[in-house]
Ligand binder design. Sequence first.
Ligand SMILES: [Zn+2]
Length: 604
Amino acid sequence: MPSAALPPIEYRIRPAHPGAHLFEVSCTVRDPDPAGQVFRLPAWIPGSYMIREFARNIVSLRAEVDGQPWRVEKLDKHSWRAAPLRAGGTLSLHYEVYAWDLSVRAAHLDETHGFFNGTSVFLAVEGRTDRACLVDIERPEGAGYRDWKVATALPLARGVRGAARPYGFGVYRAADYDELIDHPVEMGTFTLGHFEAAGVTHDIVLTGRHDCDLGRLAEDLRRVCEWQIALFGAPPPMDYYAFLTMVVGDGYGGLEHRASTALLCSRADLPWKGMEGLPDGYKTFLGLCSHEYFHTWNVKRIKPAAFTPYDLTQENYTRLLWAFEGFTSYYDDLALVRSGVITPDDYLGLLGKTVSNVLKGNGRTKQSVAESSFDAWTKYYRQDENAPNAIVSYYAKGALVALALDLQLRAGSDGNKSLDDVMRLLWLRHGQTGQGVAETGLFEAVREVGGDTLGPKLARWLQKTVEGTDDLPLARLLKGFGIEYHAEPASKAPWLGVKLAAGNGEAKLANVFDGGPAQAAGLSAGDVLVALDGLKVGSKSLDDMLLRRRPGDAVKLHVFRRDELMSFSVVLAEAPADKVRLKPAIKAGAVASKLRRGWLDGAA
Ligand SMILES: [Zn+2]
C-alpha cells in the first residue's frame, strides 16, 4: 500500500494556559503498532548541536484508546510506550509541555505570544515517521486572543475540515515528521512585512515592541536574498520563506530551517525611520538574516552524510561543521557586500573583526576546526571559562578557511574560479539529489572545481588546514587582492591577560588567558578584582589604571575568591597584536585590483 494511503498522524496543539506557559498537545495514531506503540521526543534540534532533552518539559502525559484511558509506560528519558493493542483502535496521547525558553531552539508561551519548534512539542510516532502529519493549531481561549494570528512555513492543509487560512489558526500539513519539526510556529499579534525575491514571497515577522522601518528592512533583505538565490541558481528550493523574529531588549540568535528561520534580536539592531548610515547593530542583524538564509541551501539541503537522516536520539558526529557553519559565516557578510547592501569598506571592517576573534584565543593552537566540529556537542556548545584556551570556533575560523580558499581559487585561476563554483557543485551533487556529503566531500569538490593543476594542490591544502592548527596566511593572500592587513594590540594599556565578565561594574574575571600575566601569577576565572596597588578597582576603571603602567611593571592585585581576600603580584606584559584592520591598499596593481573587484563587486 503506498504510504500516501496510510492514515496521517494527527496532532493538535493548544496554548491552553499562556500564563502558566503550558501548551496542551495531543498526538493521534489511527493504526498504532499492536505490539505497543512507542512515542519519542527529540533529544536535540537540528542546527543546534547539543543534547537538550526536550522531553524534560513534558509535565504530564496520558493515553486513550477510542476515548478510554489506556496504559502507557515511560521507557527512558524521552520515550513512552502504550500498552499492546491487539484488537486495534485509535490511540491518542495527551500531554502538556512547559514552554518558557526565550530562545530560537525550544518553545515560549505567555499572554503576548506563543512560539514553538516541533522538536519541543510533537512526539514522533516510532515506525511511522514517514507518515503525513496534520496539525491543528488552536487559538487560546478568551477575548484577549481574538487578534492573534499564526506565522509559519508549515503548508496549509487544503481540502480537510478546519484547514487553516493564511496566517490563521486551523489545520496545517507536513509530508512527514522530518518536515513537521522543521517549520517553527509563531502566534500572536506580530507585525508583518513582505517582499518578493525571485518570485517567491518572503515574510518578515516581528514579535515584541519595536519601531522598525519595515520598508527599509524588506528592501535590504530582498537584495541579499536575490543575490543568494542567483548564486545557487533560480528558482530557490522553497516556495515561501519566513523570518520569524523575536525582538527583545538584549538578545541575539538564529536557527535555520528549510523554509524559515527563527531569530532573536535586540530592538536597537533594527533599522528605524530616519536612520542615517548603517549602524553596526543593523549590520549585525542583516548578517544574521543572511547567515540563516544561506543555510536554506548549505546544511538544510546540502547536508553532511552524518545528518541524512538525523538521529534525534543522540549526538550525530561530523568533522564538517567548518564547511556548513564556517562557509555559511563567510557568505553571510559577503552576501551583504556582493548584493550592495554594505560597502566594501564596511565588509573589510566586518572581516577584520572575524580575524581578530579567531586570534584572541589560544584554543586555535590546540584544536583544529575539524576536531571542533566533531566535539561541538561537548565543547563549542558547552563553553566554560577555559573555552578561549581550549576551543577554536568552527564558525569564525571556518569562515577564514573559506576566505583563504576563495582567494586562492580566484588568484590561481585569474579570477575564473571561486568558492561560488564549489558551492554550486555541492548544490548540484548533494543539495538537489539529497545525497549527503561524505567527510571527504569538500576536498573532492575543491579538487574538481580547481581543475588539473590548482585542484589537487588546493584540496591538499584544505585538508591540512582543517585538520591542523596553523594560522591562515591571510596577510599574504589579501595582499594579492590589494588589501592591507594591520595587526595591533586591542588596547594601548599593558596586558594583564584576562577578560572581564559583563556585569554591574564589578571586575570579575570571566576568562584568564593562556600564557598571560594573570595566569602566571595564579589568578583564576571567577576571581573578583577589588584593588590594584592598594586602590579600589572596578570593571570601568581597570583599563584606565593599567594605561598608567608599562609592560614589565609589577602590580599588586587584591581579589576575592570564595569570599576570601587574596593578593597576587602580577608582572604586566606587552599586549598581543590581535586586533586586525583590513583596508584597501592606496596603490594596488592592476591584477590585484581586478581580483578585488571580482571578489567584492562581482554579481553571482
Ligand atoms: Zn549557522
